[in-house]
Design a protein around this ligand. Structure first.
Ligand SMILES: Nc1ncnc2c1ncn2[C@@H]1O[C@H](COP(=O)(O)OP(=O)(O)O)[C@@H](O)[C@H]1O
Ligand SMILES: [Mg+2]
Length: 279
């Protein structure tokens, strides 16, 4: 069988070679054991051993993340937790639909998503109550809970990669589009790099500093050491959309040599922190 290696695994191999770290990979290159000078670290998927288990779980849970951020007054996109056990009663479903009705009345749209999803999969823009119910039933089929959000008319979405309180990388995600009659027509409403968006390095210094400050306060509320903080901008208002405890720069790195070098720099920093000896 041919070996499966992602761009991430290639980068990891280069870093380990250059830093004289022993690297062993397992489960189809999904998990890695790194060792140097008696220090050992593990990477599973895109999760480095730098975040505590509970913080990693909070990041995985969109509703919990938004609640812990709100608790510390960090501006965040609202995500309401809607548990969807198989035993969900009609009464409970009706209560959820009442929440949906209020949002639809206000904005004409809302967003329902798998509370634990990634990559833009299972994120749905909803425009009617019937659609809301169908979507909740669909999510119930594969997940324990949905998250309900108001629809934000996003002007831009950013990703700030933070390592130990420092913003290492600030990217703007430009949605996929095509040109029609000389005009930009977006072909996708979501900003995921895995759904065709392009990651562009943000160069506006003022923007970088306000995004970094918000990402920094997000990680004071949810204390991850290595994470990417996704931030949306509506007009001039910034809100944290989600925090990813696994730092996924796969698509970004594949865009060009400069992006790859940036991703490698970020991952090298995380690898070295992971293997650093305790003081
Ligand atoms: N409440 C919302 N309002 C408007 N767009 C949203 C909302 N929630 C998500 N989106 C869009 O969907 C994309 C994916 O949502 P997100 O919550 O980041 O899930 P994932 O973890 O799968 O990336 C976002 O990048 C954004 O473009
Ligand atoms: Mg996202």
């Amino acid at each position: 069988m041919e070996e499966r290696t992602s761009g991430f695994v290639q980068i990891l191999r280069e870093i380990c070679r250059e830093e004289e770290i022993r690297l062993q990979s397992f489960s189809d290159n999904w998990a890695h054991r790194l060792e140097k000078d008696g220090q050992t670290g593990f990477i599973v998927g895109y999760s480095f051993g730098l975040n505590s288990a509970s913080v990693q779980e909070i990041c995985r849970d969109k509703a919990l993340t938004s609640m812990f951020l709100a608790e510390k007054s960090v501006p965040a996109a609202e995500h309401r937790f809607l548990p969807l056990p198989l035993s969900l009663t009609d009464e409970e479903m009706n209560a959820y639909l009442e929440l949906c009705r209020t949002l639809l009345k206000k904005d004409g749209k809302l967003v329902l998503k798998d509370n634990y999803g990634t990559g833009g999969n299972r994120v749905y823009k909803i425009e009617s109550l019937r659609e809301a119910e169908e979507t909740l039933r669909k999510i119930q089929g594969f997940s324990y809970a949905a998250a309900l959000s108001p629809y934000y008319p996003i002007d831009a979405e950013y990703r700030v990669v933070m390592l130990d309180k420092k913003a290492e990388l600030v990217i703007r995600k430009e949605r996929a589009y095509r040109i029609e009659n000389g005009k930009k027509v977006f072909t996708e409403w979501r900003h995921n790099l895995g759904q065709g968006a392009t990651g562009v390095m943000e160069t506006d210094e003022r923007r970088i500093s306000e995004l970094s400050a918000l990402a920094h306060s997000a990680l004071q509320a949810v204390p991850a050491r290595f994470a990417s903080v996704d931030i949306i901008r509506v007009g001039e208002e910034l809100r944290v959309l989600e925090i990813n405890g696994g730092v996924m720069l796969e698509h970004f790195a594949s865009q060009n040599a400069l992006c790859r070098a940036e991703a490698k720099r970020v991952y090298r920093g995380a690898v070295l922190k992971m293997l650093a000896k305790a003081e």
